[in-house]
Write a protein of this length. Structure first.
Lengths: 280, 268
């Protein structure tokens, strides 16, 4: 896999800039990973079906809960579904592309990161490329389904700016979760065992972020704004999207995630510099 | 019988070795429980309708679910080696032993589950008893309710293990069990009442879910504790649990026997 990509790179290195070369190599990784997954087709589809079901359970839970209740703190059924689907979609997309970060503790333990460091390509690109996992996209299917059910069940007037707010929320969410996975990977540089506590911030946010964060109260709102900026991709733009506020600025809150991702990237860089092989 | 009790004991003691690794998992579970309670609190606060479960009963349900998670999870870490034994061909060694494959795996799985649950339930219950009022785990409804809680907890464990044994037996026919496991984990999660407690599910669906074997797993014990399930309804649920234990064990044994006769060991 590597030799092939390397020979192509050498031949074309002169005429390609770094960005294009990176995309090409990432594409090669994706195609190799996909082909190897397709060797176990049944297993792949069953795994994806399982992940789809788990996400779908979340929808069923909301569906049945709302057969007895009509609203949660002013949010209707359709509005909760919108919120749920946006979180599911952004998490699934982030997990699919940034799964390499999640598998990173294994990469370090097996000594594979040593090999990545001696190759003339950014280590992060290699971690991301080799970890690509299409099966993790299955919950996105639930996300899309629920998004349509949500749109049908709520009275949002879909103007251009509201649609833009929705897309920004998705994009911001993807980057936020990817940033969290990056922290999870960066933590491995310092301690290999303690990555489980990150699950609260990633899986926990996906699971409990199905409801707008303000229903959990002031304390959590603060944590989710100043410590990990979940509210920037969920609560604030959602207020604008659902027409609960006229402040159009709220639609652009997801852009603030850039700063968070930058911090995550710095942590990763510090980690790479700090890296000592586990020597296996 | 003695050898199977030993398998249970061995697995129980092995399970107790995982002590240090579970601190992070414990924190996760505690936060999870608090978040779930908080969400329900918001839902309860904004409705005029009579909720199908008292809030304190719901809180008890959530905390006990977290405390005994390891007992009722469809797939737990200590069961991993049953799957790997099937996958890597070591099942051939297991078949050489003068023990029944079914009973040995049953004892091992039950032992592993009990050990993990024993480690986790103490700190989770302790913390949940110390939390401020609306989030606190309340005492059981009555002494009888508590006794029945313990009884149905273990009956539920047997149903769960008996169901997993059916899955292991089916696994003997396939090469890669992860896919099957993933689909079942997804299905059982909802059908056993881990996503939302059964009382929140409206009637025709709920009636069906209660009859399925998955409704006899954690659902009964968690609701008996707080009195959400009591009286004749509770006795009916206990009878149903006993029925499913017998049915699933017979089914698992039958599949296991067929599989043992035509097992293919994949080299290695």
């Amino acid at each position: 896999m590597w030799c092939k990509a390397a020979s192509i790179c050498k031949a074309e290195e002169m005429e390609m800039n770094g960005m294009r070369r990176g995309i090409l190599i990432y594409g090669r990784y994706v195609s190799v990973v996909l082909r190897s997954a397709m060797q176990y087709r049944l297993s792949f589809f069953l795994m994806a079906a399982g992940r789809f079901l788990i996400a779908f359970n979340g929808f069923l839970g909301i569906y049945f809960l709302f057969s007895g209740f009509s609203e949660v703190k002013g949010y209707t059924y359709g509005e909760i579904l919108l919120c749920f689907s946006i979180m599911q979609l952004s998490f699934a997309l982030a997990e699919c592309c940034a799964n390499g970060f999640k598998k990173f503790s294994g990469t370090v333990k097996k000594g594979e990161f040593d090999r990545m460091l001696v190759r003339p390509v950014s280590p992060m690109l290699q971690v991301l490329g080799s970890g690509f996992d299409l099966g993790r996209l299955a919950p996105a299917l639930t996300g899309v389904m629920v998004l349509f059910i949500g749109i049908k069940n709520c009275s949002v007037d879909w103007t251009v700016s509201r649609t833009a707010a929705l897309l920004l929320m998705l994009l911001g969410g993807i980057f936020l979760f990817a940033g969290l996975f990056m922290i999870e990977a960066a933590v491995c540089f310092f301690s290999i065992e303690n990555t489980e506590c990150m699950n609260v911030l990633t899986y926990g946010a996906k699971e409990h972020g199905k409801y707008p964060i303000d229903i959990y109260g002031k304390g959590l709102m603060r944590f989710c704004t100043y410590v990990i900026p979940y509210t920037l991709v969920q609560y604030y733009p959602l207020q604008y999207l659902l027409g609960k506020t006229d402040k159009w600025q709220y639609a652009f809150c997801p852009l603030g995630v850039t700063a968070f991702v930058l911090l995550c990237y710095l942590l990763w860089r510090v980690g790479v510099r700090h890296y000592k092989s586990t020597g296996s | 019988m003695k050898k199977y009790i030993s398998f249970f004991k061995i697995r129980f003691e092995v399970g107790l070795q995982y002590r240090s690794a579970s601190i992070a998992a414990l924190t996760t579970q505690l936060l999870w429980g608090i978040m779930e309670c908080a969400a329900y609190r918001a839902i309860y606060a904004s409705t005029g309708l009579e909720p199908p479960m008292e809030f304190s009963a719901l809180v008890s349900y959530i905390w006990l679910k977290e405390a005994f998670l390891a007992m009722f999870n469809t797939w737990i870490a200590t069961d991993g080696d049953i799957f790997s034994v099937i996958m890597n061909g070591d099942v051939a060694y297991e078949l050489c032993r003068p023990v029944s494959l079914y009973r040995m795996w049953f004892a091992k799985s039950a032992g592993g589950r009990c050990a993990t649950a024993a480690l986790k339930c103490v700190p989770i219950i302790a913390v949940s008893l110390l939390l401020p009022r609306p989030y606190r785990l309340s005492a059981p409804r009555s002494l009888t309710a508590f006794c029945f809680f313990l009884l149905t907890l273990f009956l539920g464990l047997f149903v769960t293990v008996a169901f997993c044994m059916v899955v292991y037996a089916i696994t003997l026919f396939t090469i890669s069990p992860q896919g099957l496991r993933a689909v079942l984990t997804g299905a059982v999660e909802f059908l056993s009442g881990s996503v939302i407690p059964f009382p929140f599910i409206p009637q025709p669906v709920r009636g069906v879910l209660e009859l399925l074997p998955f409704g006899s797993m954690q659902n009964v014990a968690l609701r008996v504790y707080s009195g959400s399930l009591a009286g004749g309804e509770m006795l009916r649920a206990v009878a149903l649990q006993l029925f499913w234990i017998v049915a699933l064990v017979l089914m698992g044994k039958a599949i296991c026997r067929t599989a043992e006769r035509r097992i293919v060991v994949q080299g290695g």
